[in-house]
Design a protein around this ligand. Structure first.
Ligand SMILES: Nc1ncnc2c1ncn2[C@@H]1O[C@H](COP(=O)(O)OP(=O)(O)O)[C@@H](O)[C@H]1O
Ligand SMILES: NC(=O)c1ccc[n+]([C@@H]2O[C@H](COP(=O)(O)O)[C@@H](O)[C@H]2O)c1
Ligand SMILES: [Mg+2]
Length: 199
């Protein structure tokens, strides 16, 4: 069986931190980070809000991201090997259709792009309150630093827009409280995935 777990949610909710812990906990587990699919800076236009539009769907090459997920689905062992992930001998068996393979897909805009949504076995969505999100974001160092006012002028309004859109769509997400400790979040999701694999 192949399982694709989405770790979505707002910026600075703790997605990448949780994902890294999960990837380490499941041997052979593969990962796709949405951040790796941002278009180059010169292709990101400035919007009516006066900011470069990083937090909209069109800033990402979603077609390439979906193709990457489909490449994993096609051949998880080949995908793992080509990404330097150690594959245990039993996962390499020719009858690996009967083996369990896990892919974690992580990012801030996972559930607003139909061709990706339909690939998920389970969708998580991490949230933290506005103040905490803004506080964490203020200490982050992105490859392109946030200009002054970006959070309130662009990041937060786009988060609200896409969350509303997601909530009025058929996608079913399980919310995670990003105020829990890193360990609590990990234990909760690790146990849930273990149960999913055993059911
Ligand atoms: N459960 C948590 N509690 C407190 N701080 C956290 C937690 N998880 C992550 N962080 C911190 O919050 C910031 C954003 O975490 P990160 O995992 O990069 O979030 P995201 O990928 O959702 O933007 C980092 O400074 C990280 O150390
Ligand atoms: N990785 C990049 O090239 C890049 C550039 C500019 C902004 N960002 C920011 O990354 C955020 C998404 O990543 P996180 O969910 O990890 O915060 C977006 O809110 C976006 O503003 C990323
Ligand atoms: Mg991240």
């Amino acid at each position: 069986m192949k399982y694709i777990i989405g770790i979505g949610g707002m910026t600075n909710g703790g997605k990448t931190t949780l994902t890294n812990k999960l990837v380490n906990a499941f041997p052979g587990c593969c990962v796709v980070h949405q951040d790796d699919f941002f278009k180059p800076q010169d292709q990101i236009p400035v919007g009516e809000d006066g900011f470069k539009q990083w937090d909209v769907m069109t800033s990402l090459d979603m077609e390439a991201m979906v193709n990457t997920v489909k490449a994993w689905l096609e051949n998880p062992v080949k995908f793992a090997r080509s990404h330097g992930i150690q594959v245990s001998p039993e996962l390499e068996e020719p009858d690996s259709e009967e083996q369990t393979h896990i892919l974690i897909v992580e990012g801030f805009l996972l559930y607003n792009y139909r061709p990706l949504i339909e690939l998920f076995s389970h969708c998580y969505y991490i949230v933290v309150p506005y103040e905490e999100c803004k506080r964490r974001r203020s200490t982050r160092k992105y490859t392109v630093p946030d200009p002054p006012g970006l959070f309130d002028g662009h990041v937060w309004p786009m988060y609200l827009k896409y969350r509303r859109e997601m909530e009025s769509s058929p996608v079913e997400v399980e919310y995670l409280d990003g105020l829990k400790t890193r360990e609590q979040l990990f234990n909760q999701v690790y146990e849930a995935i273990r149960n999913m694999l055993n059911s």
